[in-house]
Design a protein around this ligand. Structure first.
Ligand SMILES: Nc1ncnc2c1ncn2[C@@H]1O[C@H](COP(=O)(O)OP(=O)(O)OP(=O)(O)O)[C@@H](O)[C@H]1O
Length: 592
C-alpha cells in the first residue's frame, strides 16, 4: 500500500526507503494502532449505518407508519451518533498517546545526535536555521506517520462499506457516484506537486530568516552599538514579507483547488439527485434510496479526500523525513573507534608527533608540529593572529583529527580513546567564558552536577569568586542572565575558573583574555589562574606578559610552525621573534 501511494506521489527509491524507515518509529505501538483501527472500523460501520436508517425513515413517510416507529428511527440515529462520538474520542486519545511517544523518541534521537556530532558539523550549520528545520521536521514527521497509520485504513474501510451498500441499493445511481468520487482527489493530486515545492521553498526561507534573527539577538550589543536595529528590523520584515508573498500565492492556489473540488462534489450531488428523481418518476427507485444515497455520497467524498490528504501529507512528510534522517545519518568522522578505551585519570604527558592539519584541502594550518610536554608543565603558546594557536588546542581536545601525524596523551593516540572520557580530563577556560542563564551554583557545577555545596564554595573561594558571589542578591542562587550579562567580564572569568577547579582536570587549556581588566580584577583573575594551573599540564594561549614569563616553556607559533620554543630568559637572549613581541608589549599585553 505504502509503496503504491509513494510511487504515485512521485517518490524516488530513497524517499520510499525514508518513508519505510519512518514507519519503524510506530512499530513499537502496533498493538495500540491495532486497537485504534478496530475502533475506527466500528466508527466507519456506524457512519455507514446512518444513511440506511434515513432510507427506512423516508420510505415509510409515504405509508401510514406510526409516530412510534419514526421516533425509534430517530432514537437509533442518535444512539449511533453518540456511540460514534464516544469511540472517536477514545481513538483520538489513543492516537495522541502514540503521537506524543513518537515525538518523544524523535526528539531524543535527534537531539542526542546533534549533541554527539562533531564541531565541524555545527560550524557548517546555523543555530536558527537548524532549529527551524528541526521543529518543522519533527512536526511534519509525526503528522506524516500519524496520517499513514490512522487515515489510510479507516478511509479505505469506509469506502469499501459505502460502495458495497450503495451497489446493493441501486447499481445505476452507484455508477454515477463512483464516476464522480475520484475527481476531487485527482484535482488534489495534481495540486500536490506545487504544494510540496512551495512547502520546501518556504522551509528553506524560514531557515535563513531565523538563522539571521538568532544571530542578531545573540549579537544585540554589536547591533545596537552600530545603530543597526532599524536596518536589521527592516531586513527581517522584508524577508518575512517575501515569505508571506509565497504563502499568499499558495492560499490563492489552494482556494482555487478547494473550490474546484467543492464544485465537482456539488455537480455529483446534482447529477445523482436529477437521475434519482427521474428513476423515482419511472417508479424504479424510492425517495428513501435517494436520501440514503445522498448520505453515502457526502460521506464518500470525505474519505476519498482524506486519502488525497494522506497523499499530500506524505509528499510534504518526505521533506520532514529528509530533515530528520539527514540529522540522524549525518556523517561523524570523529566517532569513537569500536574498541576505544575509556580514560580514567591521565598523568598529563602530551606528545604532538609531526602533526599537520587543515580545515580543508586548500590550506594547511598546522605543519609538522613536534612537541613533548611533561606532566605538570605549563606551556604558553604565542604567535600572530591566525597562526594556529586555537587550532592546536582544538586538536588536543579531539574536536578535529590531524591530517597527518598523531597526538598522544600518556602514550596513547587520542584516536584510541573515548572522546567523552578524554574531555572529562581536560579543563577549559576560554577568554569569553560561556556562562549559562542559570544560578551561580549550577554554572560552577557545570561539568560536575553531583558536586556538593561545600565543594562548589571551595572552588569559588580558590577562584577568588566567593566575595562577589556573597554580595549578589541570593548569593549562589543568583541567576546570571543570558551569557552572564548580569555579571562583569572579570566575574564571568572567575566563575569559569571555579568551574574548571571543581572539575579538577589533569590537563588544562586556557585561552587568555586579550582585553585588560581593571587592576583589582586583573590581580584576582591572575591569582585564581595561578592556583588553577599549579600541578596540571597546561596549554595557555597567552596574551599577558606576566603569564608568558611564568610559563615553563613558551612556544612561538608562526604560519603553522613552531619557530621558537624555550623559557622567557632564553628566548630573550636569543633575541628572535618572541623578544620582538616582548619589546612591543603594551601595558603588559603582547601584540597580536
Ligand atoms: N572552522 C574553520 N574552518 C576553516 N578555517 C578555519 C576554521 N577555524 C579557523 N580557521 C582558520 O585557521 C587559521 C588558524 O586559526 P586559529 O583560530 O587557530 O588562529 P589563532 O592563532 O588562534 O588566531 P587568534 O590569535 O586570532 O585567535 C585562521 O586563518 C582561520 O581563518
Amino acid at each position: 500500500m505504502l509503496r503504491f501511494i509513494a510511487a504515485r506521489a512521485g517518490m524516488d527509491a530513497e524517499k520510499i526507503l525514508h518513508a519505510k524507515r519512518a514507519l519503524t518509529f510506530i512499530k513499537p505501538h502496533r498493538r495500540i494502532i491495532a486497537v485504534i483501527m478496530g475502533v475506527m472500523l466500528l466508527v466507519a460501520a456506524l457512519g455507514a449505518l446512518e444513511p440506511l436508517i434515513y432510507k427506512v425513515v423516508f420510505d415509510k413517510l409515504g405509508t401510514n407508519t406510526g409516530l412510534q416507529e419514526l421516533f425509534l428511527a430517530v432514537g437509533a440515529i442518535m444512539a449511533a451518533a453518540v456511540a460514534k462520538e464516544a469511540l472517536n474520542g477514545f481513538s483520538n486519545w489513543l492516537s495522541w498517546k502514540v503521537r506524543l511517544s513518537v515525538n518523544y523518541r524523535l526528539l531524543d534521537e535527534t537531539t542526542g545526535r546533534l549533541h554527539a556530532l562533531p564541531l565541524s558539523y555545527h560550524r557548517e550549520e546555523t543555530v536558527g536555521g537548524l532549529m527551524t528545520r528541526l521543529n518543522h521536521g519533527i512536526n511534519g514527521f509525526v503528522a506524516g506517520i500519524s496520517d499513514l497509520a490512522f487515515n489510510i485504513l479507516p478511509g479505505c474501510i469506509y469506502l469499501a462499506i459505502s460502495v458495497a451498500v450503495m451497489f446493493r441499493l441501486d447499481w445505476r445511481l452507484s455508477l454515477l457516484v463512483v464516476f464522480f468520487a475520484p475527481l476531487p482527489a485527482m484535482i488534489g493530486v495534481v495540486a500536490s506537486h506545487e504544494q510540496t515545492a512551495r512547502e520546501s521553498s518556504l522551509l528553506y526561507r524560514w531557515g535563513i530568516i531565523f538563522s539571521r534573527f538568532n544571530e542578531v539577538l545573540s549579537g544585540i550589543v554589536t547591533v545596537k552599538s552600530f545603530a543597526m536595529e532599524e536596518a536589521e528590523r527592516k531586513r527581517f520584515m522584508g524577508e518575512v514579507a517575501e515569505a508571506h508573498g509565497i504563502v499568499r500565492k499558495g492560499v490563492v492556489t489552494d482556494t482555487k483547488i478547494g473550490a474546484a473540488q467543492s464544485l465537482v462534489v456539488m455537480l455529483a450531488k446534482t447529477a445523482s439527485i436529477g437521475f434519482a428523481i427521474y428513476l423515482i418518476h419511472q417508479g424504479q427507485t424510492t425517495v428513501g434510496t435517494l436520501m440514503a444515497f445522498l448520505g453515502y455520497q457526502g460521506g464518500l467524498f470525505g474519505p476519498v479526500n482524506s486519502l488525497t490528504g494522506v497523499y499530500q501529507t506524505l509528499r510534504k512528510a518526505t521533506i520532514s523525513f529528509d530533515i530528520v534522517f539527514s540529522i540522524l545519518d549525518a556523517e561523524d568522522r570523529l566517532q569513537d573507534a569500536p574498541h576505544a578505551q575509556p580514560v580514567d585519570k591521565v598523568q598529563g604527558d602530551v606528545v604532538f608527533d609531526k602533526v599537520s592539519f587543515g580545515y580543508n584541502d586548500e590550506r594547511q594550518i598546522l605543519k609538522e608540529i613536534d612537541l613533548h610536554v611533561s606532566p605538570g608543565e605549563t606551556i604558553a603558546i604565542v604567535g600572530p593572529s591566525g597562526s594556529g594557536k586555537t587550532t592546536m588546542v582544538s586538536l588536543l581536545q579531539r574536536f578535529y583529527d590531524p591530517t597527518s601525524g598523531c597526538i598522544a596523551v600518556d602514550g596513547t593516540d587520542l584516536r584510541a580513546l573515548q572522546q567523552r572520557s578524554l574531555r572529562q580530563q581536560i579543563g577549559v577556560v576560554l577568554q569569553d567564558a560561556l556562562v549559562f542563564n542559570d544560578t551561580i551554583r549550577n554554572n560552577i557545577a557545570y561539568g560536575r552536577p553531583d558536586a556538593s555545596d561545600a565543594e562548589i564554595a571551595a572552588a569559588a573561594r580558590a577562584a577568588n569568586a566567593d566575595k562577589f558571589i556573597g554580595n549578589l542578591p541570593g548569593g549562589y542562587d543568583f541567576v546570571v542572565g543570558e551569557r552572564g550579562c548580569r555579571i562583569s567580564v572579570g566575574e564571568r572569568q572567575r566563575i569559569s575558573i571555579a568551574r574548571a577547579l571543581l572539575k579538577d582536570p589533569s590537563l588544562l587549556i586556557l585561552d587568555e583574555a586579550t582585553s585588560a581588566l581593571d587592576a583589582e580584577s586583573e590581580v584576582l583573575v591572575q591569582d585564581a589562574l595561578d592556583r588553577l594551573i599549579k600541578g596540571r599540564t597546561s596549554f595557555i594561549i597567552a596574551h599577558r606578559l606576566s603569564t608568558v614569563v611564568g610559563a615553563h616553556r613558551i612556544l612561538v607559533l608562526k604560519d603553522g610552525k613552531i619557530i621558537e620554543a624555550d623559557n622567557h630568559e632564553n628566548l630573550m637572549e636569543q633575541d628572535g621573534y618572541y623578544a620582538s613581541l616582548v619589546k612591543h608589549q603594551y601595558r603588559g599585553l603582547l601584540p597580536a
